[in-house]
Each structure stands twice: as C-alpha cells, then as structure tokens.
Design a binder for this molecule. Structure first.
Ligand code: FES
Length: 91
C-alpha cells in the first residue's frame, strides 16, 4: 500500500468550534509538501477530512496506520520528516 501523510484541512468558521484549517493546517500542508519534495522523499501529502482530534490540531498522520502528530507547527516539521523516513523503511 502506498505510504502517505494526511493533513486535516477541515475548516469550521465558528471560533468556538476548533478546526485544523482555522489553526493553519493549509500552511502546514504547503510547507510539508515543499520540504518532502526538496528531500526527494517517495511519500505523498494529501488533504484529509477531520481526524477527530480538533481540540489539539493541526493534526496529521502517517498512513497507513502510522503515527498521529498533533499541534503541528513549522517547528515540528523536521521531526515529522525524520519519522516519515523511518516509516518509509518499515514494511
Ligand atoms: S478539524 Fe482537524 S481533526 Fe477535526
């Protein structure tokens, strides 16, 4: 099965109702896509509907069945890329 990273880009306009896109997941998606391309990594990044952790977003996940990452910011991208490299080596 193809490995990928899914990024929740669900948006809710109501500020009392948190959502990953309202917390910057679109920018995370763009930055992650760019950095993975620079590293020439054979993994895709895809937008995802709500992953069920809206209170601690932006959220993303290694797929299939990989690690979740919560409260993702630019500062966490290098860690996520390291984990993705290990994930790619797994069967
Ligand atoms: S809105 Fe992203 S996990 Fe629910």
């Amino acid at each position: 099965m193809t490995k990928k990273i899914i990024v929740c880009t669900n948006y809710r306009a109501n500020p009392n109702n948190p959502s990953c896109m309202a917390r910057g997941s679109q920018e995370i998606f763009a930055a992650l896509t760019q950095q993975l391309a620079q590293e020439n990594m054979p993994i895709t990044v895809e937008e995802s509907p709500c992953l069920g952790f809206c209170e601690i977003g932006p959220n993303l996940r290694l797929m299939p069945s990989g690690t979740f990452f919560h409260e993702v910011s630019d500062k966490k991208l290098s860690l996520i890329i390291k984990k993705a490299k290990l994930f790619l080596k797994q069967q």
